[in-house]
Design a protein around this ligand. Sequence first.
Ligand code: AMP
Ligand code: MG
Length: 421
Amino acid sequence: MATFEIINTGTELLLGRTLNTHHQWLARQLCDLALTPLRQSAVADTGVAIQEAVREALTRADLIVVTGGLGPTSDDLTRDKIAELLGQPLRLNAAVLAKISQFYVSRNRPMPETTKVQAMVPEGARVVMNQHGTAPGLAMRVQPNPHRASGAPSWLVLLPGPPRELRPMFTSQVRPWLREEFPANGTHVSRTLRTTGLGESQIEESLAAQLTTLTSRGLEVGYCAQMGQVELRFSAQGATAAALVTEAEALARRELGPAIFGEGDDTLEAVIIHRLTERRQTVALAESCTGGMISHRLTNVPGASAVFLGGMVTYSNAAKVELLGVDPATLASEGAVSEAVAKQMAEGARRRLKSDYAISVTGIAGPSGGTPNKPVGTVFIGLATAQTVTAVRHFNPVDRETFKWMTSQQALDRLRHALIG
Ligand code: AMP
Ligand code: MG
């Protein structure tokens, strides 16, 4: 199998001022292409550090992806230093220059002289146009490769630093090309199932015994606990790989049933939007302790406007009364964090926005505000449908941020169950 290395340039990454997200994102993408990772490194914005890292990677890897440092400022050295290392002169590329000037014209801004440096392309390099910024990506085949004992060629791919430029560039242009350049030999099969509502040990417990015959035949199983969900990964190599993974998936679906909400990169919110769209139904929200997070998550999904009518962030009692029609007497007798109020909130949102479904959340995120009966972490999640209004109690005794996420996950999952039930 072909091998790869990732080199992330950027002093800010070493200083801990910027989270190195390319490191994870690219590794995931390249592994999905069945390439084998050898090493990942982050280096400072200096010529010495960049050249040293690239030279070393050239001794080992079939593919080296270098990120960052393609911009116009004085600390953007990647293109120059790699061209120098390879002994390739830089030439002004007219097509790239035209694309950069067009970028400025379309934004009605004057083009700074310094940006022209981004149109300098090492001789023989392939240009990957940037649809979301000015610095193009570059790909160079190092052949012969004097750094490698075998003399085997290596590909060097240079990508821009900003994630919103790098990701679409990789997905739409680099990935299809890599797939051709490094075809998978078809013997590696991997499948990821996403679950929610069950802990990872619970999942392992219900599967482990039955999986042993498959693991003895070469199936690899991975459990990855994330906030409010667990990922289950099956993979295998060789001629029987597909059969093993298929069998494992069938077993998991049988045992875990509706706890599995999706596959691969599916999110709970996307699954819900798609299902509502299929059913031509709508949802409204009444959020208290999640502060709009559920609305935020639903509106991250393209196409949400067809099914998501709106959400109200009713944080205070007054807002719950004014916007949702919650009864002040219920608030006084039961408290804002109660089954009765959660139900009235869901009912109120559904009635006011005339949706098929409404979800509500009301809880105590903490650190203060808890009582013996309702300790910090208590939350009620209401669901109103045309037939019924119900509320369930959950307990998420975690920090505020995690509390909000987990609650949003549980609320979305309640709706998902209503939609599949
Ligand atoms: P550059 O290509 O070096 O001009 O990078 C531009 C911006 O992209 C930087 O200021 C960072 O905000 C961001 N960036 C660069 N490298 C990374 C990385 N590895 N992970 C996340 N963000 C990055
Ligand atoms: Mg930089």
